[in-house]
Write a protein that binds this ligand. Structure first.
Ligand code: 6PG
Length: 249
């Protein structure tokens, strides 16, 4: 188990190539029916990276072995510009050969409370569980400038103690309803990858990684119990980190 391994990339393309190979190397080979369960976050960072990945040799990933889920979703229709599903569709799904039945979107158009229950059932049916808790193979997270991740916002750290797999929440500023995976599910994953780019994230990233002083930020509470925690960032986001705290790629 590696916690807080920080890799810094010179370009978004190099960063995306590394993530692509990280996913590709983990996808089970052979004719078995095992799947690689991957949960995607929304936001502009994943959008940039997925757009890069859509240009790579997509056939080097056997997408039939991948089950795609979402870390969180805005409670809007799937064709809405705010929809995380729509972002992934426009930047990846419409270019890869992945069976429809391998795509498990959160129904943002549904009543939030009902959808949190429905999606929890979907997760139970389609993801390996260990000691009664879901275990994603990989979860991709973003980092908000306020230290949020998924749709777990400052002041809502109780979601890291939730007994549920996902919950309906409200964005503290916009009032937008959202569905989010809860902290225990995220922390039970085999690999959690934070994707952080841009100068605007340098300050919050330094605070989150500086675990001595900042422990209340939601992103600081992402500590996989047995899995790996990897930060894949660009050089702009690394602007306030000590050079000995990361590996340049
Ligand atoms: C969402 C995301 C959210 C996002 C961060 C970072 O639905 O918006 O899940 O947690 O990852 O806000 O977003 P950016 O990459 O756009 O900065």
């Amino acid at each position: 188990m590696k916690q807080n391994e920080v890799l810094v990339f010179q370009t978004i393309e190099n960063l995306s190539e590394y993530l692509f190979s990280l996913i590709s190397d983990k996808i089970p080979g052979g004719r078995g029916d095992e799947y690689f369960t991957l949960a995607l976050s929304g936001g502009s960072t994943p959008k940039k990276i997925l757009s890069q990945i859509s240009g790579f040799d997509k056939n080097s990933i056997d997408w039939k072995k991948v089950r795609l889920f979402w870390v969180d979703e805005r409670c809007v229709p799937p064709d809405d510009q705010e929809s995380n599903y729509n972002m992934v569709y426009q930047n990846l799904l419409n270019t890869i050969d992945i069976p429809e039945e391998n795509i498990f979107r959160i129904y943002g158009e549904n009543n939030p409370e009902n959808e949190a229950l429905r999606y929890s059932t979907i997760l139970e049916k389609n993801i390996y569980s260990e000691k009664g808790l879901l275990k994603f193979d990989m979860v991709l997270l973003g980092l908000g400038e306020d230290g949020h991740t998924a749709s777990i916002f400052p002041g809502n750290n109780s979601l890291f103690g939730s007994a549920k797999y996902c919950e309906a929440v409200v964005h503290p500023q916009s009032g937008q309803h959202r569905i989010t995976l809860t902290g225990p599910v995220i922390n039970n994953s085999d690999t959690v990858v934070f994707l952080v780019t841009g100068k605007s994230k340098a300050g919050i990233l330094q605070r989150v990684l500086n675990q001595e002083t900042e422990t209340d930020l939601p992103a600081s509470k992402v500590k996989p119990t047995k899995g790996n925690l990897l930060w894949i960032i660009d050089k702009e986001a690394a602007g306030q980190l000590d050079k000995d705290s990361y590996k340049s790629m």
